[in-house]
Ligand binder design. Structure first.
Ligand code: FE2
Ligand code: FE2
Length: 252
């Protein structure tokens, strides 16, 4: 299985996976033009669209793609009710596409019905985790988001996170404001700054590495609790909420 990503809008990525038989699956097409152009150029046959959640920047291209390729099957969570979904997905569902298995993980918090799709070594995790950060938590669903992140954290270290936004640099700027002496984060910041300057992507990112540089995956650490000014007896969830609230208020 091979992977391609298309940059759209300000900072979104559409991920496309394809195989040697030129079949492809599209994840979260927020627009349609570049997807259709790429499919024509590569002579691919689109088999399916996988949707993670209901936000427009992830689904706005679906209808035009379906119109052009009526055979395509659209998979998505039940929260998407304003465009036609062919197959509603649920936790633990196994979807067989491109001669591979895609396991659906229910990962709410950013929206109430958000899902991710895991096909070893890739996880298409929409707006749950970003490199160096995590998605905005909607409607006070902190416990849901915390558990969704923990679920993704339980995957093997070689998992590649195919996140939907290029937010890495701003996430690291926030992280440095919290833990200015963290050598791993500083090192990664320098690398990311160079990549962004030369218009290179920072994604996909390796779960093993995110465990080191993503503060939202390190909420068990005493140093982090101290840095955000909460008691070192606070549990990991409390730390997560405090950190996410700080991020909401953070201005570069
Ligand atoms: Fe979103
Ligand atoms: Fe998004």
């Amino acid at each position: 299985m091979m992977l391609k990503k298309i940059s759209i809008l300000n900072d979104n990525y559409i991920w496309i996976i394809y195989n040697i038989y030129k079949e492809c699956v599209i994840i979260d097409p927020g627009t349609s033009n570049d997807v259709i152009k790429t499919i024509i150029k590569e002579k691919w046959t689109p088999i399916a669209i996988l949707l993670t959640h209901k936000h427009k920047d992830h689904i706005n291209g679906v209808e035009k793609i379906k119109k052009k390729y009526p055979e395509i099957i659209i998979y998505g969570p039940s929260e998407i009710n304003h465009i036609p979904i062919d197959i509603i997905v649920y936790e633990g569902m196994v979807i067989k596409l491109l001669y591979r298995k895609f396991i659906v993980l229910f990962t709410p918090g950013h929206t109430y019905g958000h899902v991710s799709y895991y096909s070893n070594p890739y996880i298409f995790c929409g707006d749950v985790i970003f490199s160096g950060g995590c998605g905005y938590v909607d409607n006070n669903q902190y416990i849901e988001m915390y558990n969704s992140i923990k679920k993704i954290l339980s995957l093997p270290n070689n998992t590649l996170l195919c996140c939907s936004h290029e937010y890495t640099l701003s996430n690291l700027i926030f992280s440095i404001s919290i833990v200015p002496d963290d050598i791993e984060i500083k090192k990664y910041y320098i690398l990311v700054k160079k990549k962004i300057k030369t218009k290179k992507s920072t994604l996909p990112t390796l779960l093993l590495y995110e465990r080191k540089i993503n503060l939202f995956l390190r909420t068990h650490e005493t140093i982090l609790k101290k840095s955000i000014g909460i008691s070192d007896k606070s549990n990991s969830f409390k730390t997560f909420v405090a950190l996410r609230l700080k991020k909401n208020l953070f201005k570069k």
